[in-house]
Ligand binder design. Structure first.
Ligand code: GLC
Length: 709
């Protein structure tokens, strides 16, 4: 691994472990080693001539496929809910990609906090061109024998993910908004009445008093502390939202202390910059300034003191609805149009004036951050804003609650933020295309450290139908963050809102998540601790060309392959098996079908009531009995499934799920087969008492029984 420093790069703190990295300042060597040409003028440009078979993986939260070749992408954290196919940037800035060339793959990370453009063969089909909008950047390049080895090296450089508490692996229900205590209670009651598992309910912006961060509206949530406690006693945690913009209001503590201490971003006259978001006019905390981070991070205590144990940070690209100047200009323009006969140009100019009022580059250019006595224009550090908001919270949690894990995730992010919190993928839509996008994005998010992540299940915008929700839920039982969330004004989409049949299927599917809990938690923790990807494209493990073509199946953990259904009315789908595998199709955790399929392409029937997965050769999976809260899971009995040719080993990991530095326990389950009898053996920590097994061997025999640990 080698790191080239160009000019005087701003320290983003993305790279925290450079143990095996050689620092160089020689761009000639970079060019020779990577075959990229590098030019540094007002901008830095990296170019590479691709051959026919070259593929590109990575870029984290971006549109398009798993192979990113052919697309144009931009790293510029953007609040835009319209995730259409040609959208070039979403909320995250994840400048890491792997060029999988015919010779050896190479990984490149552009550590630069401003805008970066990745033209991956869009303008010229064989030219890869990366343009960095500045003269100072770090470029890390990583060689390895395989793509996976490169990712693992990169993940070591950026450090391990934050640790979510175990309960954060339960089902989470959200909506913009459950505006008062009654509506939250109603949701909890309905989940319980329908016997659907649930661990958290989200509080969107309406819980606040006039959208003021760290306040609670007392009319809608009288005695909030007692309410949090009451919900907690039912096993449900409430997760409030925190927004980046802080309301300007006299006597509001956040406003007063922030202004007094100079903790807000400033305009060119060093006055706090004014933008507008939900509450109207706001200031934006200067998260780049470490003192401002400490101050803001400590504010979360207001809610933590009332029993809150998790948060989601939002609007932190930052989203700016308008600035005074921008809005005034648009209004003046509109007034000047009044009474006129507007033709095509003048009408569109008027329309564009208003369309471009939000998140305008002019506004981003007009405010500044301050660090160590220096001023930085926001444009130059734009992509670090959401990262440092979440860092503010994450650092504060560690400082103030060193023993305990908190749930935290953010909308905007940059590489390195995963050490403080996860991400959700923002305002997607209830579109089948966005279910597929969710599938394709999971591995690229894992490539940049975001292992605790997920999309709004069922879609945020647009009205969802029961089939879409069902199929999406079937995939999302595998995503660590498993949250159904929807936009204001959309149809209710909680799992019990449709017909009885759909409720039954959704109950069974969510129960399946709880039945897989110990396995999913074990896989999450092992992959996190080993700097590995939890979701992998097939080509990261299998090197045949057919695997490299697969864009709608993923390898999950160490043993499963997922082949989700992402089209309406599907009765079946084509699946590619990179080796012989055992299909495991589950209607319920204890109602499933298993069948061995040979390596190759198959058409598989996929009933709407069933989640379809595949178990790899010599791989094992464990299940527990589902409950309706994670904390109630009975650990005494496990169900062992597997597909064994000769020997399979599964290491079941567990810990207390709440300590920051947990004492890990491992039980090693070995299943051996020599053509006659199946031999099961367990060693290490005793993580259950009984293993009820149902295992297929590759000679088509099924073995059932019980093993006492
Ligand atoms: C943003 C968030 C969304 C949230 C809404 C209201 O659009 O992305 O999740 O519901 O704001 O807070």
């Amino acid at each position: 691994m080698e790191l080239i420093n160009i000019g005087h790069p701003f320290e983003t703190d993305a790279l925290v472990n450079l143990e095996n990295v050689k620092i160089i300042s020689d761009s000639i060597k970079f060019q020779e080693d990577t075959q990229f040409s590098l030019s540094v003028e007002n901008v830095i440009v990296l170019k590479y001539k691709m051959s026919l078979h070259d593929k590109i993986y990575g870029l984290g939260e971006q549109m398009r496929g798993i192979n990113k070749r052919g697309g144009l992408y931009e790293s510029f954290a953007t609040d835009d809910p319209s995730h259409v196919p040609d959208r070039v940037s979403l909320y995250g800035a994840h400048n890491f990609f792997i060029l999988d060339s015919e010779t050896l793959p190479v990984g490149i990370f552009i550590d630069f906090p401003g805008k970066v453009t990745f033209d991956m063969g869009f303008t010229h089909k064989d030219e890869l061109e990366v343009t960095i909008q500045g003269k100072d950047a770090k470029i890390l390049w990583i060689k390895g024998q395989t793509k996976l080895e490169i990712v693992q090296k990169f993940l070591k450089c950026i450090g391990p993910s934050f640790l979510p508490p175990k309960w954060a692996f339960g089902f989470q229900q959200s909506r913009w908004s459950y505006p008062n205590a009654e509506s939250v209670k109603y949701i909890a009651d309905e989940f319980d009445r329908h016997n659907i598992p649930l661990d958290t309910i989200y509080l969107d912006i309406d819980y606040m008093e006039r959208y003021k961060n760290f306040t609670v509206d007392e009319e809608r949530f009288p005695n909030f502390k007692a309410f949090v406690k009451e919900m907690r006693s039912r096993g449900i945690r409430l997760i409030p939202i925190i927004d980046a913009g802080c309301k300007i209001e006299e006597d509001y503590f956040l406003h007063e202390t922030g202004v007094k201490n100079g903790f807000y971003c400033v305009d060119e006259n060093k006055e706090p910059f004014v933008g507008a978001v939900w509450p109207g006019k706001v200031h934006f905390p200067d998260f780049i300034n470490p003192e401002a981070r400490t101050w803001f991070g400590d504010q979360y205590n207001v809610l933590i003191d009332q029993g809150i144990e998790g948060f989601w940070n939002d609007m932190n690209e930052p989203a700016i609805f308008y600035s005074e100047k921008g809005l005034e200009e648009a209004i003046d323009h509109a007034v000047s149009c009044k009474g006129k006969n507007l033709d095509i140009q003048s009408f569109f100019a008027l329309k564009d004036k208003f369309m471009s009022v939000s998140n305008s580059m002019k506004d981003y250019q007009s405010f500044y951050h301050r660090k160590d006595g220096q001023m930085y224009n926001h444009m130059d550090l734009h992509n670090l804003y959401g990262y440092n908001m979440t860092r503010a919270a994450g650092e504060a949690f560690e400082r103030n609650y060193p023993a305990k894990r908190m749930l935290l995730f953010s909308r905007a992010s940059y590489v390195g933020m995963h050490r403080y919190g996860g991400i959700w993928t923002g305002d997607n839509h209830a579109w089948w295309e966005h279910l597929l996008l969710n599938v394709r994005m999971m591995p690229s998010l894992n490539m940049v450290g975001f292992i605790y992540s997920g999309a709004d299940v069922g879609g945020f915008g647009a009205h969802a139908d029961s089939e879409l929700i069902t199929r999406w839920t079937q995939f999302a039982i595998f995503t660590p963050l498993f949250r159904n969330h929807a936009c204001m004004g959309t149809r209710d989409q909680e799992p019990f809102r449709f017909d009885e049949e759909s409720t039954d299927t959704l109950r069974n599917t969510i129960q399946l998540r709880y039945a897989l809990h110990r396995y999913l938690y074990s896989e999450f923790m092992k992959h996190r601790n080993n700097y590995d990807m939890l979701f992998k494209p097939l080509s990261f493990v299998y090197d045949d060309e057919a695997s490299a073509q697969v864009e709608d199946q993923l390898l999950y953990g160490d043993g499963l392959m997922l082949a989700p259904v992402y089209t309406p009315n599907a009765k079946g789908r084509y699946v590619y098996l990179p080796e012989d595998m055992l299909m495991w199709q589950l209607k319920k955790y204890d109602d499933y079908q298993m069948e061995i399929f040979e390596k190759g392409h198959h058409y598989i029937s996929v009933p709407l009531e069933a989640t379809t997965t595949f178990i790899g050769k010599n791989k094992l999976v464990v299940l527990n009995k589902p409950t309706n809260r994670i904390e109630n899971i009975d650990t005494s009995r496990l169900f062992l499934k597997g597909f064994i040719e000769d020997q399979g080993v599964y290491v079941l990991y567990d810990d207390d799920g709440i300590s920051r530095e947990p004492k890990s326990k491992n039980m090693v389950i070995t299943v051996s087969y020599e053509g006659k009898e199946l031999i099961i053996n367990c060693e290490g920590d005793q993580l259950c008492q009984t293993l009820a097994y149902d295992i297929y061997t590759s000679d088509q025999k099924r073995h059932k029984g019980e093993y006492h640990v």
